[in-house]
Design a protein around this ligand. Structure first.
Ligand code: BES
Ligand code: ZN
Ligand code: MG
Length: 496
């Protein structure tokens, strides 16, 4: 898709292929739709009335050969009650429009919906949302399909006032973030026989070639052994696919401490010896969505050349059963020195993450955010639209919540500051267990991680419920929480 913004005055001389204009309930027009209706000498209003298109949200009509108006077609889109338009309804409207564009293969459209007054909602976000919804709706993963159909269209936003900078910055941000989302989805949707830990490290290496502010460091099995990442190594022992940690350094600022983004990248989580049931097990190829979201976020901020320092880490391994796999009751010494008694080999995410949480102390990070499809319990608690947020620092978690509300990529904070949760991590023979009775499972997993994050400000985002969507009852990667993470980083620049 292409997005541009231009100052265009609509008149009886305007000649475009297609223009989209709003109609509100009880046949109320916006400024622009009124102007076009006036040009047409009420032709538009009369047709709407004849067809009973009063402006309800799911109503629309395409008009051709409009008197006195040179455009080939006008899409009149129902926008509901004029003063009651909000962000949620606007998103429904945007979905309706993109469906029409697809249905009628409309290749170019003049966009007049940015003059709508939407409650508590700025123009900048209206444009960002438009790009988000369009890119989400046209995304296809047809790499393995014989028929590789694509849809693309050009959207030209009409600039109404003297605020062209808002248009340009929203388009710039929206395009880069959605590019990152697309790149992340393209990796996450790959099957685990292609997307292995090695594959992810190759993808990371390629970023270095594309962007000059990026450098890469890859830790292989040998490096991990040398520095005592035994918890990480235990998880991957059962797989022939070797583990790789890809460290992507994006440095574009002289002075600031880096922000570390750490993504869980289990390319397939069978559960290991504590094998998962086969129903829906294929969805566990998405257990690398945390890593994919880090990759996509770095992609987006490198596109935007944000003046910031970020270290993105793809923590990748495969969790498989085999005669060489780690087992329940093993005791493992983590890089931090804490020992862990393995109760369940399916609680593997926290084990790969904990060693990296220790490793990154050397960067003296400003903030650390890990993103992980960590627990089924988080899906039970929050469902499929809101990610779990847990943190040891209120300032950081507030910033994350702000970014999530702005970008509408939602999170909800769960508590980890109660001793009772930590009691569940006690082992009789080691320092910690890796899994307990399942009660408050999202929280106890975060409590486990928090034992390794004492040296810095840290937040954990559990995306087990949000990393993929169901489209026609089949799973597809969602690219979340890239939108929120990018917004968080954009906000960091302005709040320096
Ligand atoms: N990758 C899973 C969590 C998961 C489950 C993500 C469902 C997305 C959807 C994780 O490794 C896991 O297996 N967690 C266990 C932890 C338990 C053994 C303490 C779980 O949630 O069941
Ligand atoms: Zn997992
Ligand atoms: Mg697991």
């Amino acid at each position: 898709m292409q997005y541009t913004a231009e100052k265009i005055t609509i008149s009886n001389k305007s000649s475009f292929d297609c223009i989209v204009i709003p109609i509100f309930e009880q046949y109320k027009f916006s400024k622009i739709s009124k102007k076009i209706n006036d040009i047409s000498k009420n032709y538009i209003l009369n047709i709407l009335k004849k067809n009973n298109i009063q402006g309800k949200i799911n109503q629309n009509i395409i008009l051709y050969k409009i008197p006195n108006f040179l455009c080939n077609k006008i899409i009149v889109i129902g926008c509901g009650i004029k003063d009651k338009l909000n962000r949620e309804k606007n998103k429904l409207i945007l979905n309706n429009i993109i469906n029409l564009l697809k249905q009628y293969s409309i290749k170019e459209i003049i966009w007049c919906l940015t003059d709508l007054k939407i409650n508590n909602y700025e123009l900048y976000w209206n444009i960002r949302d438009t790009i988000d919804i369009f890119e989400k709706n046209i995304y296809l993963f047809n790499k393995f399909k014989k028929n590789k159909s694509v849809f693309s269209s050009k959207i030209k936003f009409i600039i109404h006032d003297n605020n062209k900078d808002i248009y340009f910055s929203a388009i710039k941000h929206g395009k880069a973030i959605n590019l990152g989302i697309k790149k992340a989805k393209n990796i996450a949707n790959l099957p685990p026989n292609i997307c292995t830990p090695k594959y992810l490290s190759i993808k990371a290496e390629k970023l270095k070639k594309k962007y000059k502010n990026i450098s890469i460091k890859i830790l292989d099995e040998k490096c991990m052994q040398k520095i005592g990442m035994n918890a990480y190594l235990a998880v991957s022992k059962g797989s022939k696919n070797k583990p790789f940690i890809s460290i992507i350094k994006y440095f574009n600022d002289k002075k600031s401490q880096p922000i570390v983004l750490l993504g869980k990248g289990i390319t397939f989580d069978s559960g290991g010896i504590s094998l998962k049931p086969s129903k829906n097990m294929e969805e566990m190829k998405y257990d690398m969505c945390g890593a994919a979201s880090v990759y996509g976020t770095i992609y987006a901020i490198a596109e935007l050349k944000l003046p910031i320092n970020v270290i993105g880490i793809l923590a990748s391994a495969e969790n498989m059963p085999s005669s060489n796999a780690y087992r329940p009751s093993d005791i493992i010494k983590t890089m931090s020195g804490f020992t862990v008694e393995i109760i369940n080999t399916d609680a593997e995410g926290r084990l790969i993450l904990c060693d990296i949480l220790t490793y990154i102390e050397k960067y003296t990070p400003k903030y650390v955010i890990d993103i992980a499809t960590l627990t089924g319990a988080c899906v039970i608690a929050l469902g499929n639209n809101i990610s779990g947020l847990m943190s040891n620092n209120n300032i950081l978690s507030k910033k994350i919540i702000t970014a999530s509300l702005e970008s509408d990529d939602r999170v909800w904070k769960l508590p980890i500051n109660d001793k009772k949760y930590f009691d569940k991590l006690k082992s009789n023979i080691a320092d910690l267990v890796n899994s307990s009775d399942g009660i408050a499972g999202a929280i106890t997993a975060a409590c486990f991680l928090s034992k390794f994050t004492k040296k810095y400000k840290w937040a954990h985002i559990d995306i087990a419920g949000t990393a993929w969507d169901y489209i026609n009852q089949k799973a597809m990667a969602s690219g979340r929480p890239i939108n929120m993470l990018c917004q968080f980083l954009i906000n960091e620049i302005y709040n320096h």
